[in-house]
Design a protein around this ligand. Sequence first.
Ligand code: ATP
Ligand code: MN
Length: 552
Amino acid sequence: MTSPGNHHDELPNSANPEYSLLKREGLQLFSEAGFDMDKIHLKRNASVAALYEDAISKEGAVIASNGALINFSGKKTGRSPKDKRIVYEETSKDHVWWGPVNIKMDEHTFEINRERAIDYLNTREDIYVFDGFAGWEPKYRIKVRVICARAYHALFMHNMLIRPTREELENFGEPDFIIYNAGQFPANRFTAGMTSSTSVEINFKRREMVILGTEYAGEMKKGVFSVMHYLQPVKFGQLSLHSSANEGKDGDVSLFFGLSGTGKTTLSADPQRHLIGDDEHVWSDNGVFNIEGGCYAKCIGLSKENEPEIFNAIQFGSILENVSYDKSSRIPDYNDSKLTENTRCAYAIEKIPNAKIPCIGGHPKNIIFLTCDAYGVLPPISKLSEAQAQYHFILGYTSKTPGTETGVTEPSPTFSTCYGQPFIVLAPRVYARMLAERMEKYKANCWLINTGWAGGKFGKGKRCPLKYTRAIINAIHSGELAQAEFEKFETFNLQIPKKVTGVPSELLHSRTAWNDDKGFNAELTKLAGMFKEAFTKYEDDVDADVKAAGPE
Ligand code: ATP
Ligand code: MN
């Protein structure tokens, strides 16, 4: 029997109501991992309401006026790519693209950090467990278990993973991947190989991830993504993608690739189309499926007028991360970037009214590369040939905008291969080749959209207004652009449409948008040079036509 205010404290783990769906073998896994089962209380897949209560009473969370839970991630408010490591071990070492993205860690150090995380978790009164799936396609999904000390982290992954039914939870069995999140506790800087008190590490052999020294919740979702970037190609022969996806009324699917801040989440939320997902997908032999069960949208500058779907998804169950609020009314202030530019909301995908559930679609008809060019050189829309598509995908040009990565305060140009360099695990050519094969097989059109600066570079011009980017995307989807007349964009050899409904014609060509030939030429030449230099490291990996598809 439970009594009010004293729900689980006197109960042994086996009788804990939030825990009863774990079978004996399930419990065994926890003791084998080193959890002190006589002391800790496991709360497995606790309800949203229960997680709210704990986050409020123990972590200083508050309920916003719209019903969302406002939480804070502490010192780290973005990912820590320099502290992300992959364990070097025999089962995966020949597959992994080792280097600055996938930094090596030895197996012993992983064991030390894993033990440290579990020891820390053992000191906590409550341990939260969330069991869910990654991947909507049953054939290719994996079972993920998150073990953490904060209700906020459990609720975040409740939103971001695919929520199991009661029956699926009861028969969950052994997870395919486990995240040990002890983010409140630091890594020991004297442990071999540690360069800071933050450590985010993945072990493909053990199928585990350990987090120390960062409470930024996004590390968990991107950790699952890394695992999928490894397992999908290696185990299933399928292609994982850093893209959003949506579907039109006729079932035509579009993919939107792009680095952080380029518009994947914003542009895929389209009232005319069904949302499949906003960030992580797999293009399988059956079509496209979302990896996640939720979205993680930027909140900075968010308004009901410009982004109504996202604005309205912020309600009970959603988590506002690092968003400040008015102390008396509890109204969130989306314009306040005092804590970070990277304020976010995580919400279950069902909160988007026209989401497609299950989040699965057919083979894509349109592939859209989003780039946020802070030089204002690339035109707002251009059509790419097959070879150009491969070229741009391998290079992955954009400008980093202040946001997800700690330390970025103004836009800076970057080349991020596969439009997702921080998350790829295998060599870029593996993903690029799979993409090219699929694009050819399914005759997908490819477009490059610059959601960045227009009419001048950062500081002079301004960011391409969202309404024009949306008009461009509508023109792709209506078929208008397939019929359009094109002209050549010099140096980069891109095809620019002469007219797009709803977009001022002078904006379409970046040269005319600038109104400053000399200034434009200088930036054009500079950017082309940067492309050429950045591509040299991939030249040996690609065919001659791809090599020739870059700027002159
Ligand atoms: P992440 O991978 O970090 O989730 P993302 O690709 O999903 O990034 P968004 O969250 O969609 O990026 O961020 C785009 C931001 O840029 C939003 O805040 C949006 O309001 C703003 N924005 C301004 N102009 C445009 C534009 N023309 N197109 C798209 N987004 C724009
Ligand atoms: Mn996004």
